[in-house]
Design a protein around this ligand. Structure first.
Ligand code: PLP
Length: 378
């Protein structure tokens, strides 16, 4: 059996998505900027993809700008805030993806911004009173808080954060890479100025995503060149990627409730079985709290000292693909686990699920882990 439980890293391409993409690799190869039939077919397909995405998210098509993925969308949101909106103070969390944190570090190191972090407890809950206080200064501010954390799965209350930002006149960017395609978003109600999305997190192709930029909010171009994407993102469009992105989102929304229930059941099954088989197992952050974490992510802290070997390598040898995360300061330290003060002597595994996983795969994985635990404990 070969088991893939690393869906927060990337997901398997849906066959229907692949089939929607192939005509744009073979027959419809024109350049959308060309003023002839071959170009027009492709230009129309891009605009239809944009309309599909906008309708699903209750946005308007001109608010969706295609990018090469989540990293570019995060960078664009942050750099636009500084370059086009004179933001001088950015408030974020220690858990953000490096696409956000490293961009902010670079801006801080070049003296362009002051950087502040919202306090959290050891479960990763954000102290939003602190956000209120941090926004009391008179510098133009951007708040960048991810909707869901990719390592421990914690969900943030972006509705409330949006309200706070709105009341203080701050810009709000949310990295929604782990939630677009997994939760319903009504962007007409959410008070975000920017959000980021990436197709490969919801069974679409890699290397394509979008930034949502609220109507009337100016974007600053990262790439200069042609007039593509209404002069907001230069470069010939990734046509088949954009078609795949729209198709993947359409499919995700079609069965979203059913998939949420199915995947949450797999996650709950794993929590119950692991808790039963492994004494002193712990779950990082809010990972095991259903309404406070992504139903696709379970971050487990095992009572297995690093000195006893690498649990990831053991699972890999058993054809089970998962991600790790170590709180220790040697090698692959995770900034997220460090931020919640995770125990450096324990092994952490991130299991992440999709609609393609089965209960049998969960049972087999728990069986293998529990066999390792019993061998070490003996
Ligand atoms: N933000 C989050 C929360 C992510 O999980 C990822 C991908 O792992 C990214 C941003 C980057 O997205 P991409 O791989 O499309 O650049």
């Amino acid at each position: 059996m070969s088991i893939y439980l690393d869906n927060a890293a990337t997901t398997q391409l849906d066959r229907e998505v692949f089939e929607a993409m192939t005509p744009y690799l073979l027959q419809n190869f024109g350049n959308p900027s060309s003023h002839h039939g071959h170009g027009r077919i492709v230009k129309n397909a891009i605009e239809n993809a944009r309309i599909t995405i906008a309708n699903l998210l209750n946005a308007s098509p001109n608010e969706i700008i295609f990018t090469s993925g989540g990293t570019e969308a995060d960078n664009t949101a942050i750099l636009s805030s500084v370059r086009s909106h004179q933001v001088k103070h950015v408030i974020t969390t220690p858990f953000e993806h490096h696409a956000v944190l490293h961009t902010l570090d670079a801006l801080k190191n070049s003296g362009e911004i002051e950087l502040s972090f919202i306090d959290t407890d050891n479960r990763g809950n954000l102290d939003l009173n602190r956000l209120d206080n941090l926004l009391k200064g008179n510098k133009k501010a951007l708040v960048s808080v991810m909707h869901a954390n990719n390592e421990i799965g914690n969900l943030s209350n972006i509705e409330l954060i949006g309200e706070i930002c709105c009341s203080k006149g701050a810009l709000f960017h949310s990295d929604t890479v782990q939630t677009i395609g997994h939760y319903r978003h009504d962007l007409s109600k959410l008070k975000t100025h920017f959000i980021a999305a990436s197709a490969h997190k919801f069974h679409g192709p890699k290397g394509v995503g979008f930034i949502y930029c609220k109507d009337g909010v100016q974007l600053s171009q990262l790439l200069h060149g042609g007039a593509q994407e209404r002069k907001q993102r230069a470069g010939t469009e990734n046509i088949h990627g954009i078609i795949g992105l729209a198709k993947a989102l359409e499919i995700a929304y079609k069965d979203i409730d059913e998939h949420q229930v199915y995947i949450q059941k797999l996650k709950s099954r794993m929590i119950a079985k692991l808790s039963d088989q492994i004494t002193d197992i712990q779950f990082n952050g809010n990972s095991a709290v259903a309404d406070k974490s992504l139903y696709t992510v379970l971050s487990v802290s095992l009572p297995i000292n690093h000195a006893y070997g690498d649990v990831l390598a053991y699972l890999d040898e058993n054809n089970i693909s998962v991600s790790g995360g170590s709180a220790c300061s040697t090698g692959l330290a995770s900034h997220v686990l460090k931020a919640i003060g995770a125990d450096v002597y324990r092994n952490t595994i991130r299991f992440s699920f999709s609609k393609y996983n089965t209960a049998e795969e969960i049972d087999y994985t728990v069986e293998k882990l529990s066999a390792l635990y019993k061998a070490i404990a003996a």
